[in-house]
Design a protein. Structure first.
Lengths: 773, 383
């Protein structure tokens, strides 16, 4: 871990001296720690999804937040949660101990969770006038449209087929890719304002030119939907030949029709397996797969191969087609040759070599080659002017997706040839980013692709970790599947998802759950990014799952290249000082979480105890305790005094107490719309208005504040349900006492702000600043 | 650094300690805290172990109730010793555990501001006759503030003042109520804040002077003790005659100007430490409460010079020990069989009422707690 420091105090931390990272101290000192190398899972993901972050959020039960993290880099979480090739799992550090975390299925879980627990959708940025055309509604096109729509652009997708989804709908059978899930995710993108025109094939002499006339930019994402030929004798001589893409498209978009009785599928990719398993469901008598190499080399997902075998597909490994056998113009079978593995070829896989004289015949009435696909370029006129590769794919810059024609971009399978969904999504992102930059007038320069690293500097020590079993996917028994196209895998339940997510080792010292930024202490925690070392940072140690923070004060150390950094984080749960507690029960009465209870110390002596499992850290009991016996872990008197040290002697000082939930600002410097004028504004954020004591307000006035503004949530909006109610009562007393003391009206003001409304908060602060006493 | 403190300690006679232990044996705090002992603190003071002394939690647990002063055969002024050390501790940055997170202390400190324009007479009702100048001044104290602060306790702390004024009006007296009366400074001084105490004292004495008052009446034993003991001790000349309401009432009953009806309720009385041991006023409250000699008045087990304090002083270290003292005092009160516990200081009223928030205490020892003026007004016969 690289560490940079902005203060001497931090050097002391690095030198091993133990300092408290309690709320107060964090306010006093600015800590800055360099960012740790990204975790291997994130590095492995072509789309750069922050896997560790969403897995740790799932572990903490924050499913909506997790989904939000996924969507930042992947707008098709439900789809990828089902069919992604999940390279993240291949590089998961957990496999050093037992098995990788079931990342893909966790993603599916949060996507499914949203179906039953709808979350708020993001709002697109302010409208932009530029229009963008996307050709093809597959994953690459949808991703680019999603990103561009969020940026406020008007996006139209032209789709030749009757349904959007590209290969997702035309190529992948519904038992693996339920259509309702596909619809939900596409509707999500539609809801952002993307116009999808189906049954619309771009075609004609001036296809590209006329598009460029009406649209400021065009993104070609037509995929690779034309099956390649086998190139064996007899291929063109007999009826009964059907390439896999055409076969699957017919089944998926039209009425399912049994192709024949005995089927041979040729190939070892996911399309081959899809075709074979579909044929099983169409009640074909025999389904064979012929593949040149062994199972180890087969590119299809392991689980898919296994399920195909479970369902009755016969796979002939190390077999290669020699010629097609037919009778009366119809296919009757295929002659194959047995192979053995020789030297590795350019792809690194061992080259299959034929064994002489090992010919054998597999009987069939339909042969389905599933060897490879290429883009259909026929929609463009011959003089389209775009560079085309020797594999019949579009050529675009790897780092920008720009083609040789300015304003025209291309990505997805149309560029790479048949590839994974996640790769198409990754290219969709790049294209969207480039299109935006192009429309902003930036010059797009080709860049060396950054080499992805798959290892962090922080190594996991497998010995210290207990082994745990990876959660299995619940699915329909093969014997019960029959001809059904219903989804076979059922997904995790909440408990399974949390348990599985907790298996994550959280490589590196921080979960990147961003809880600190969004919830903990606004204005204090900002997770720094690699190019922003100067930010203040508050990080959670990997050793402790975030939810443990609720329960007690954490102490520990983080290893760094500069030695161990000791830290202590104080819990949000307050503690009762036993000898001070009078056992009056005020805290028991106020706490609606039942976190406070009176326990007997013998005889009639009772003291309050706070149950950390029930306490949610609002601090209302702390404020209410008459004998000040409840010690808050954070938002302490010391912290208050420290904040109040910021009064200026030559300026009007305004102290603004606010609740962290009512839209109060984390870092006032980031809000130019705040207008302090000539006044010195001192922002003091608490967990809840309920924590604000009467003494806070008078203390502020006594320490030199000229005016005090208190903002909190509306009583019915209070996150803690009773904190706002309690403060409203306290404030009534404050008003009366202030009146009695002759404190001029307008000196102290209390405003209720609807939850989380920063604009309103700033408006109220600005208004208060402007008011004169 | 602590040279001034040594002189002050000497003045309390601390060096004469015989180590007999009488102080600890009578100390209410010792009785309920287990670890507290007046002699511990005194020994540290005598050995000039000031750092340890100033940072000691127990330093702020002393109620300065003078129970130990009363019994000490070496005539050591233990409460003065506590006050002197607290002043030193406060200057060194130490403080006790303020209840209500120091809200009371803040209100008192804010009241030191010279240009304050208080609205502290809002509670005065239309039918009350009061004056801005005159011979008799009623010093209300902080009751109006307490009344707001302790609304949850369901006690009307202003009743004492309202009853006092009603009685005065019945006697044809139109008392002066000062618009800009300030906190008397009692708590601040006992908690070691001499500077702010002086500001409050000066302000109050100036205001009293302006009113032309010849007599000041108090319902609050602490306010009276400030005028009676503390102001003169710090060099201020207090000219008017000072009377606690109990003294005033006793006088009027004696002369027949006031007559009481027969009591229909049993009464017992809580001696405030300030009124009793600090100022020696024991008899007059008893005269008022038992004036008709109809046997309705009952003495608690600990009474007069030996009475048990209300458990908290100066809003400091209000803790489990305080509650122990209060529970015991309420037990003693209820053991007398009385219906009403008469008090002569608002602090006693607040602290003992607060203790009854505990359901068990309330069920076993709960009773009406009323100020002596309120009780008198209720029993007032035809004039």
């Amino acid at each position: 871990m690289s560490v940079k420091s902005t203060s001497n105090k931090f050097q002391e931390v690095l030198s091993g001296e133990k300092v408290s990272l309690s709320f107060t101290n964090r306010l006093k000192e600015q800590y800055s720690v360099g960012y740790v190398e990204p975790s291997p899972c994130k590095e492995a993901c072509p789309a750069g999804v922050n896997v560790k972050s969403y897995v740790s959020l799932i572990a903490a039960g924050k499913f909506h937040d997790a989904l939000k993290v996924v969507r930042e880099r992947n707008p098709l979480p439900g789809i990828c949660g089902r069919i992604c090739t999940h390279p993240c799992e291949s590089y998961c550090s957990r496999s050093e101990i037992d098995e990788p975390v079931a990342i893909c299925w966790l993603k599916r879980f949060v996507a499914d969770y949203e179906l039953t627990h709808p979350a708020e959708k993001p709002k697109p940025a302010s409208k932009r006038k530029e229009k963008i055309a996307v050709i093809g509604a597959g994953p690459a096109g949808l991703t680019a449209a999603h990103d561009l729509a969020l940026q406020g652009f008007m996006v139209t997708i032209f789709e030749e087929l009757s349904e959007p989804g590209g290969m997702l709908i035309a190529g992948i059978p519904s038992y693996r890719m339920p259509r309702d899930i596909l619809k939900v995710e596409i509707d999500y993108i539609r809801d952002l304002g993307v116009n999808i025109k189906t049954n619309t094939r771009i075609e004609g002499k001036d296809a590209l030119k006329s598009l460029l006339k009406y649209f400021n930019s065009v993104f070609i994402a037509v995929g690779a939907h034309t099956g390649k030929k086998l190139n064996v004798p007899g291929e063109d001589d007999y009826e009964g030949f059907l390439d896999a893409v055409t076969f699957l498209r017919g089944i998926n978009l039209d009425k399912p029709k049994k192709p024949g009785n005995k089927i041979i599928v040729i190939g070892g990719g996911n399309s081959a397996i899809d075709a074979a398993r579909t044929a099983i469901r169409l009640e074909c008598e025999e389904v064979h797969i012929v593949y040149r190499r062994t199972r180890k080399e087969m590119p299809a997902n392991d689980a898919e191969i296994e399920e195909a075998e479970n369902e009755g597909v016969q796979i002939h490994y190390l077999a290669s087609p020699v010629k097609i056998v037919g009778k009366n113009g119809k296919v009757t079978g295929m002659e194959c040759l047995k192979m053995e593995l020789g030297e590795p070829d350019e792809s690194g896989r061992r080259r299959p070599v034929p064994i002489k004289g090992s010919e054998f015949i597999v009987e069939a009435d339909v042969i389905i080659p599933a060897i490879s696909q290429e883009p259909d370029l026929t929609f463009l006129p011959a003089d389209h002017g775009l560079d085309i590769s020797r594999w019949n794919t579009f050529m675009s810059d790897e780092s920008t997706m720009a083609t040789n024609i300015p304003g025209v971009f291309a990505g997805g399978d149309a560029v790479t040839g048949p590839n994974t969904v996640i790769d198409a999504i990754a290219q969709g992102h790049v294209a969207a980013d480039s299109i935006e930059r192009f429309l902003n007038g930036e010059i797009l320069e080709s860049q060396e692709p950054t080499k992805r690293k798959f290892e962090t500097e922080i190594k996991v020590d497998p010995i210290t970790r207990k082994k745990s079993k990876r959660a299995g996917m619940p699915m329909t028994e093969p014997s019960n599947r029959g001809s059904s196209f219903d989804e076979v895998e059922h997904g995790f339940d909440e408990a399974t998802a949390i348990t599985e997510a907790q298996r994550c080792l959280r490589c590196g010292p921080c979960d990147e759950c961003f809880t600190c930024v969004t919830e903990c202490d606004k204005g204090v925690a900002i997770l720094s990014s690699p190019d922003n070392y100067d930010d203040l940072i508050f990080r959670l140690p990997s050793e402790f799952p975030t939810q443990d923070l609720q329960k007690g004060n954490l102490q520990g150390s983080i290893k760094s290249s500069n030695g161990n950094i000791s830290f202590q984080m104080n819990s949000v749960v307050p503690q009762v000082k036993e000898n001070l507690c009078r056992g009056c029960g005020d805290c028991v009465t106020v706490c609606e979480y039942d976190a406070c209870e009176l326990v007997s110390l013998g005889g009639e002596v009772f003291v309050s105890q706070i149950n950390p499992d029930l306490c949610r850290g609002c601090g209302t009991c702390v404020a209410l305790c008459p004998s000040s016996s409840i010690m808050p872990g954070r938002f302490t008197q010391d912290w208050l005094s420290h904040k109040l040290e910021n009064v200026h002697t030559d300026k009007e000082n305004i102290v603004i107490f606010s609740c962290n939930w009512n839209g109060s600002v984390a870092n006032p410097a980031e809000h130019p719309e705040l207008k302090p004028g000539d006044s010195n504004l001192i922002f003091i954020n608490t967990m809840c208005a309920g924590r604000i004591e009467m003494s806070f307000i008078f203390n502020a006035l006594e320490k030199g504040a000229d005016r005090v503004l208190i903002t909190g949530c509306k009583i019915e909006d209070c996150h803690f349900e009773f904190g706002a109610k309690q403060f409203a009562k306290t404030y009534k007393k404050v008003e009366q006492l202030a009146h009695m003391l002759g404190i001029e009206s307008g000196t102290i003001k209390y405003e209720q702000i609807p939850e989380g409304n920063t604009a309103k908060f700033i408006e109220i602060v600005n208004k208060f600043v402007k008011e004169t006493r | 650094m602590h040279s001034g403190l040594t002189t002050k300690i000497k003045a309390t006679n601390a060096y004469a300690c015989l180590d007999c232990g009488k102080c600890t044996s009578v100390c209410p705090v010792s009785r309920f805290s287990g670890q507290y002992s007046p002699r511990n603190l005194l020994t540290k003071a005598v050995r000039e172990d000031f750092d340890s002394l100033c940072s000691d939690y127990d330093l702020w647990s002393c109620l300065t109730c003078k129970r130990c002063d009363e019994v000490c055969i070496a005539n050591i002024q233990y409460s003065d010793l506590t006050q002197a050390v607290r002043t030193e501790a406060k200057d060194s940055g130490f403080h006790g555990k303020c209840s209500h997170s120091g809200a009371m202390e803040l209100l008192q400190t804010i009241m030191t501001k010279p240009d304050l324009k208080q609205n502290r007479l809002d509670w005065v009702e239309d039918d009350m006759e009061i004056a801005e100048e005159g011979d008799v001044l009623y010093f209300t104290g902080c009751a109006p503030y307490f009344d707001v602060f302790f609304t949850d306790l369901d006690l009307s702390i202003l009743d004492a003042a309202k009853s006092s004024i009603a009685i005065l009006n019945k006697l044809g007296v139109k008392p002066v109520l000062m618009k800009d009366e300030r906190c008397c400074g009692h708590d601040l001084l006992w908690n070691g804040d001499e500077e702010n105490f002086r500001m409050l004292a000066e302000h109050n004495l100036e205001a009293v002077e302006k009113s032309g008052a010849k007599t000041i009446l108090f319902s609050c034993a602490e306010c009276m003790s400030s005028f009676y003991d503390l102001y003169p001790k710090y060099g201020y000349n207090v000219k008017p005659e000072l009377k606690h309401m109990s003294q005033f009432l006793a006088e009027k009953l004696e002369t027949g100007q006031l007559k009481l009806k027969d009591a229909d309720k049993e009464i017992t009385y809580q001696d405030p430490c300030r009124l009793g041991r600090h100022m020696g006023i024991y008899d007059e409250p008893r005269q008022v409460l038992s004036s008709n000699a109809d046997g309705n008045y009952h003495e608690m087990m600990q009474n007069n010079k030996g009475s048990l304090c209300c458990g908290v002083s100066g809003w400091m270290n209000c803790d489990m020990t305080s509650k122990g003292i209060q529970r015991e005092r309420l037990k003693q009160a209820s053991d007398t069989g009385a219906d009403i516990l008469a008090v002569a200081c608002p602090k006693c009223q607040i602290h003992l009422t607060c203790t009854m928030k505990d359901d068990i205490v309330k069920e076993k020892h709960g009773m009406d707690i009323k100020d002596i003026s309120t009780i008198t007004l209720e029993r007032l016969g035809e004039l």
